[in-house]
Design a protein around this ligand. Structure first.
Ligand SMILES: Cc1ncc(C[n+]2csc(CCOP(=O)(O)OP(=O)(O)O)c2C)c(N)n1
Ligand SMILES: [Mg+2]
Length: 400
């Protein structure tokens, strides 16, 4: 939608009121002209890429296809089940006072595993705070994610170990970091890709729109992966945009595509194609994974105050894990023994996470001064010394 049409739409009621006050019924432009203008500016009907229906039936798409072995399909199922189990365990640990906060990915497993498993090791990921499934695909230990939410480490992991940047809470800012990184990759002459995850709410941030502009004009090899989970805390998507989000890309001069975010096969197919696109020097791409946040925004939120249970019930029928399980069964690619084994493995993972979190040591108070500047900084030295002195004021005469 253009600025002109938005302004026109907003002005109309006020203009009519003023005209009525003047005792005139004349308004600017005929109904026919206004109708034609509205039609010209209306967003195109949204299209969505799907390879597995909500009932788990395999369908084809004219542009996107995928051919996975039974082994690969089972792998995606395992990833989604283990991620969901870890996520549930972390949420429970928060409720037990073991974590300060948790942002659940419940319902978004296919969007994250489908895209995460499409990446190469040398690609670089810039996540928000909810990408536990992508972290899993990159090989980041779930305990590191928990350490961050427990507040016992300053960030949680070494980003360069798995090419998975630290979680970013400042909404949308990681899209700029990703774009800058992608511009660097381009200057190095490498064919690695960069992917930035963000949410529907983040799409309204200036940072995201600036990142789109920079990435477009510099032809940066970056995928903007928007998980449209329908909510930004308690704000619905229709408070963020008048057009389907993927169509925003067109205005910046690069392609956008909407994929069924609860269909792991479609997400993988679309992400693979987008990776190919950005690696080949064609500039950025926007993927909108259309999904739903089944849980609360975080453990500090109560979604019953702003959304209807009926929405949840409708989305439950589109569950990404059930969908793939049906497909695996239809193909005869997995039997009960396989599903039981994954269940058992997820129990073991939950136990490891539970025990690991409970036994995490508290960091030394002085550790907060580490890892700030690579080569140190006079101001940090000063603050460290002042804090050390303050700490020592608590030591009693016996040295405790
Ligand atoms: C710059 C900034 N503004 C506001 C916030 C507070 N905040 C945290 S999460 C959030 C909503 C984000 O929604 P969305 O981008 O859709 O991501 P989702 O949480 O749904 O995955 C807001 C406004 C913040 N962290 N950073
Ligand atoms: Mg959202």
């Amino acid at each position: 939608m253009t600025v002109e049409s938005t302004a026109g739409a907003r002005k109309a009621p006020g203009a009519a009121k003023k005209a009525a006050a003047r005792g005139s019924t004349k308004t600017s432009g005929s109904t026919k002209t206004r109708g034609a203008r509205a039609a010209r500016n209306a967003p195109a009907k949204p299209e969505i890429v799907q390879l597995l229906t909500p009932e788990g039936k395999r369908v084809s798409h004219p542009e996107y296809s995928i051919d996975l072995t039974s082994d690969e399909l089972r792998g995606l199922y395992r990833d989604m089940v283990l991620t969901r189990r870890f996520d549930g365990e972390a949420a429970a640990l928060q409720r037990q006072g073991e974590l300060g906060l948790w942002a659940s990915l419940l319902g978004q497993e296919a969007a994250q595993i489908g895209s995460g498993r499409a990446l190469r090791d040398d690609d670089y990921v810039f996540p928000t705070y909810r990408e536990h499934g992508v972290a899993w695909c990159r090989g980041v230990d779930p305990l590191n994610l928990c350490g961050m939410f427990r507040g016992v480490n300053h960030g949680g992991w070494d980003p360069n170990q798995n090419n998975f940047h630290l979680y970013t809470i400042v909404i949308g800012s990681q899209t700029l970091h990703a774009t800058g990184y992608a511009m660097g990759v381009q200057k190095d002459g490498a064919d690695s890709a960069v992917i930035a995850y963000f949410g529907d709410g983040a799409s309204s941030q200036g940072d995201v729109n600036e990142a789109f502009t920079f990435a477009a004009v510099y032809n940066a090899p970056v995928i903007f992966f928007c998980q449209n989970n329908q909510w930004a805390i308690s704000e619905p998507t229709d408070r963020q945009t008048r057009v389907p989000l993927y169509q925003r890309a067109g205005g910046f001069g690069f392609p956008g595509v909407r994929v069924d975010g609860n269909d792991v096969l479609a997400v993988m197919a679309v992400t693979r194609a987008a990776l190919e696109h950005v690696r080949s020097g064609n500039g950025p791409m926007l993927i909108e994974a259309f999904t739903y946040r089944m849980g609360a925004h975080t453990t500090s939120d109560d979604p019953t105050r702003y959304r209807h249970d009926s929405d949840l019930a409708a989305w439950r029928l589109k569950d990404p894990i059930t969908r793939l399980r049906t497909h695996l069964t239809d193909l005869d690619a997995a039997d009960q023994a396989f599903f039981d084994a994954v269940e058992k493995e997820s129990d073991a993972l939950a136990k490891r996470v539970r025990e690991g979190v409970r036994s995490m040591p508290d960091p030394g108070a002085m550790e907060m001064f580490e890892h700030i500047y690579a080569d140190g900084h006079a101001l940090v030295d000063e603050e460290r010394a002042a804090f050390a002195e303050y700490q020592s004021s608590f030591v009693d005469s016996e040295g405790h």
